[in-house]
Design a binder for this molecule. Structure first.
Ligand code: FDA
Ligand code: NAP
Length: 444
């Protein structure tokens, strides 16, 4: 019988979104043959099947990055898992090229991710939530060779323990609601939008509201207006109007792999400059074509006099109260000191997301993870939490590293390269360990 040490996987991934899917491919492609024994890995995903922000797969929404920033191409342009290989397998390559556009729809990119995930199905257990990462029982600060994950199987309700020499946490963004407002039957967050909309009776949605001035808000506002021709659509925007997302070439360089070094090795002033000058590449901003589309609707309604798209500028939501089957929304506008009220059948909070925070999963283990002066986790350049020396296991992050690695941390732009760097790091550390063991054996 194997010892627990031998039974532990080299890598256990928590979550199987694009980031850990890219890692699974990276481990399979390049690293299996580097060591005498291939790297062993497994991944756990709480969803029943692969799904990438399904609640926002609106019909015409397009990707915010080039198709070339797929799961593999920037690390291995000859990979069989590229978006081009996907198009070829589906006999669409020529048709795609004829579009003369680098940006597929999110629906098509989702198909691509599902296609890649299906080929990696042996690597992942779906319907499995990791509920915690712990030290193995009886081990405390004595240098454990592996960690233990608690994995709950949704079908059986059974929780089992899985050993890992390295853990890769890639659990994604957390939807955020404004303070004091909770989700309910007619108070939705954008992340669940399509699920909620599909459950509703469109005929009963006669007045709807969307909160926020980011990409999600703009897309949902447009969707409501198109799909509910009988409804009043209220856009509650904190700014004066939507701001454009900067995807011009020089600004786009902040998503290049080299920019991560500039951010990581730069001082506080450098990092602050990245955020100050380039936050508008991603947060609280909208694609230009979507802004033009919404403005055209507003103008057309001025022409016809049939106004049903209402923009509430410089306005934030203060509270939402339930009124029978409807919601009463309290608005606070910067140019009107009196709070205003709005009665709606549904309100969608497109109020963004919080970055991944590994602390809840790590629980007690978090005390082995060092933090900086601002209380944020310290992270090595190769995406590993800095831990005290008595914890030799690797805890890697894909996400939650905005403070150390910059703006790409929660995006797709760098996942091909990042997953390669994590796989390299795992292998480098295992080779180091094997060399140490061999030296020790030779000395005996
Ligand atoms: P992601 O959130 O995709 O996956 C995490 C996975 O972990 C989920 O499947 C979740 O179920 C699972 N999980 C969580 N906790 C778990 C647990 N305890 N146990 C097991 N499984 C668990 N970026 C970009 O570069 N270009 C783009 O076009 C877009 N478009 C876009 C649209 C929308 C609507 C949103 C909200 C975001 C984007 N993004 C984006 C940014 C987005 O973060 C990025 O595209 C990826 O989702 C990042 O992939 P990850 O795998 O890191 O997280
Ligand atoms: P976001 O960019 O963080 O925008 C959230 C918006 O909500 C901001 O305008 C914010 O304004 C506003 N807000 C927050 N609290 C508010 C309140 N109480 N009242 C009024 N407004 C409030 O979030 P997002 O639009 O969901 O985008 C998140 C990520 O998903 C981005 O990376 C984006 O590119 C991506 N995304 C991509 C696609 C696509 O690929 N097609 C689609 C949707 C989203 P303040 O900042 O002023 O608080």
């Amino acid at each position: 019988m194997n010892s627990p040490e031998e039974a532990a996987y080299d890598v256990v991934g928590i979550g199987f979104g694009p980031s850990n899917l890219a890692l699974a491919i990276s481990l399979e492609e390049h690293h299996a043959n580097v060591l005498s024994n291939p790297v062993t890995s497994t991944f756990f995903e709480r969803q029943q099947a692969f799904g990438w922000h399904r609640g926002m797969l609106l019909p015409s929404a397009t990707m915010q990055i080039s198709f070339l920033k797929d799961l593999v191409t920037f690390r291995n342009p000859t990979s069989r898992f590229s978006f081009i290989a996907f198009l070829h397998a589906h006999d669409r390559l020529a048709h795609f090229v004829n579009r003369k556009d680098l940006f597929p729809t999110r629906r098509e990119f989702h198909q691509y991710l599902e296609w890649a995930a299906a080929q990696m199905s042996g690597a992942v257990s779906y319907g499995s939530s990791v509920t915690g990462v712990r030290l193995p029982a009886g081990v405390d600060r004595s240098g454990p060779g592996h960690l233990q994950l608690e994995v709950r199987d949704h079908a059986t309700g059974v929780t089992r323990q899985v050993g890992a020499r390295n853990v890769v946490i890639s659990t994604g963004l957390e939807p955020t609601m404004p303070d004091g407002i909770t989700r309910s039957e007619n108070v939705w967050h954008s992340s669940e939008f399509l699920t909620r909309f599909d459950q509703a009776d469109p005929g009963e949605l006669r007045s709807v509201a969307v909160v926020g001035a980011g990409q999600s808000a703009a897309e949902i506002t447009r969707f409501f207006h198109d799909r509910l021709p009988h409804a009043q659509v209220h856009a509650i925007v904190p700014s004066y109007g939507y701001s454009i997302s900067d995807d011009t070439p020089f600004a786009n360089q902040i998503f290049d792999a080299e920019a991560i070094d500039d951010y990581y090795y730069g001082g506080e002033a450098t990092r602050e400059a990245f955020w100050r000058y380039h936050r508008n590449t991603n947060y609280g901003v909208v694609d230009e074509a979507d802004i033009q589309g919404l403005h055209q609707i507003q103008y057309d309604e001025l022409v016809t006099g049939d106004k049903r798209l209402h923009h509430h500028r410089l306005t934030r939501v203060q509270a939402v109260e339930r009124r029978g089957r409807r919601a009463r929304v309290l608005l606070r506008s910067l140019h009107n000191p009196q709070p205003q009220e709005l009665g709606v059948d549904a309100i969608v909070f497109a109020t963004g997301y919080a970055p991944l925070d590994p602390a809840p999963l790590l629980g007690d283990l978090d005390r082995y993870c060092l933090r900086d002066a601002s209380g944020r986790h310290r992270v090595t350049r190769d995406w590993r939490l800095v831990t005290t020396p008595d914890l030799p296991c690797g805890i890697y992050l894909q996400g939650g590293t905005e403070h150390t690695h910059g703006l790409t941390s929660a995006l797709l732009s760098n996942i091909a390269v990042r997953s390669g760097e994590i796989a390299d790091s795992v292998i480098r550390r295992r080779l180091g360990h094997e060399t140490q063991m061999a030296t020790a054996a030779a000395e005996v």
